[in-house]
Design a protein around this ligand. Structure first.
Ligand code: IMP
Ligand code: MG
Length: 332
């Protein structure tokens, strides 16, 4: 894989955490670099335990993987230290000295803003923290004594690793439809979430990327306000088994059927070379736990073929259950 970017296609919560944890274990990832901030929760099930990580990269499940948080990220120090303990990664995690810091005041500003309330933000303070960074008054990781043991030059480490042919994964957050530039503005997050932006936040140039893996969920969900084409009622979503609550905030997720138009747009703007399709078992329950393509029912195979036809991107990984290894891997 040498350098792969993982990005979301929809409004986040596509199951990026699960795909990243699988790749970490299967491909023995050397480096996993997280971008973005605490508004995102990446859910990982590993050895029967559930993790909802806002800061620690999803590659933590592979014990030899070096974990990094890029210069473009916003770090919530308390959340970071707590997750470092939870995942026991003290000796192999680094934070770029230039990552900026989210403070309690940013969360208060987020929650106190009537405008941000209308957008339905997570309330974690990410928008106000980015505003402060743009004003050039933000604190950086290098200003925080508790972060001293973790400070790193992420761009340097990662580019050196790529040049040595190590396996590197850049972990994006949210999805293209929440991008500040390409999403459903103003109902978006405070930054670009496309593959290019993920590279930029990590400090990796576009010529260094071998693979852009876009993550599609087999149905669509969105939390917060803003348009959702083909939105189902909560009752209908429950009936179909598609009703979810947010891993980070516990809010109800709204849901809709898979949308090929959006999938196509996201594949183009991210420059996707491969796709991962998650939660196929939520749409076709017979798929649960399948580990080979041949086990899938005809309708599921047709659905996958249609995604490939309309987006032009091969569906390389297929998620059939919550555990990291519940995957059909068609890469070779
Ligand atoms: P903010 O990113 O907290 O400012 O929230 C802006 C919008 O992005 C809201 O609709 C949030 O629900 C949504 N959002 C932010 N992060 C995530 C995520 O990780 N998953 C899903 N939605 C998110
Ligand atoms: Mg999430």
């Amino acid at each position: 894989m040498p350098c792969t970017v993982i990005c979301g296609a929809f409004w986040g919560d596509e199951g990026k955490g699960k795909i990243i944890s699988y790749l970490a274990l299967k491909d023995k990832l050397d480096f996993c670099v997280r971008t973005g901030s605490v508004n995102a929760a990446h859910t990982i099930w590993y050895k029967g335990k559930r993790y909802a990580l806002h800061m620690v990269p999803g590659g933590f499940v592979y014990e030899k993987c070096r974990l990094l948080i890029g210069a473009g990220s916003n770090v919530d120090v308390k959340q970071f230290l707590q997750e470092v303990e939870e995942t026991n990664v003290r000796n192999r995690i680094g934070v770029d000295s230039q990552a900026s810091i989210i403070e309690e005041k940013h969360s208060e500003q987020d929650k106190a803003s009537a405008h941000l309330k209308c957008i339905g933000t997570t309330g974690r303070g990410v928008g106000p923290a980015i505003e402060e960074r743009v004003r050039r008054t933000a604190k950086l990781a290098k200003d925080i004594p508790e972060l001293k043991p973790y400070l790193a030059d992420v761009a340097n480490e990662v580019n050196t690793a790529i040049n040595k042919g190590k396996n590197v994964l850049l972990e994006g957050t949210q999805g293209l439809m929440l991008s500040l530039f390409h999403g459903t503005y103003p109902y978006v997050t405070g930054r670009d979430t496309s593959a290019s932006a993920i590279c930029s936040e990590a400090g990796v140039g576009p010529t260094k990327i071998d693979n852009v893996m876009i993550v599609f969920k087999s149905f669509i969900t969105r939390v917060g306000a803003g348009p959702l084409p083909g939105e189902l009622t909560k009752e209908e979503a429950q009936k179909r088994g598609w009703f979810e609550t947010a891993a980070g905030t516990g809010r109800d997720r709204r849901s809709a059927q898979f949308n090929f138009e959006i999938a196509k747009k996201a594949a183009i703007i991210n420059g996707a070379t491969q796709a991962a399709l998650t939660k196929l078992d939520a749409v076709y329950p017979e798929c649960k736990g399948a580990r080979t393509f041949d086990e899938l029912p005809k309708e599921a195979k047709q659905f996958i073929a249609e995604i490939e036809k309309q987006t032009g991107v091969p569906v390389a990984l297929i998620g059939t259950g919550p555990e990291a290894l519940d995957i059909i891997d068609r890469r070779k």
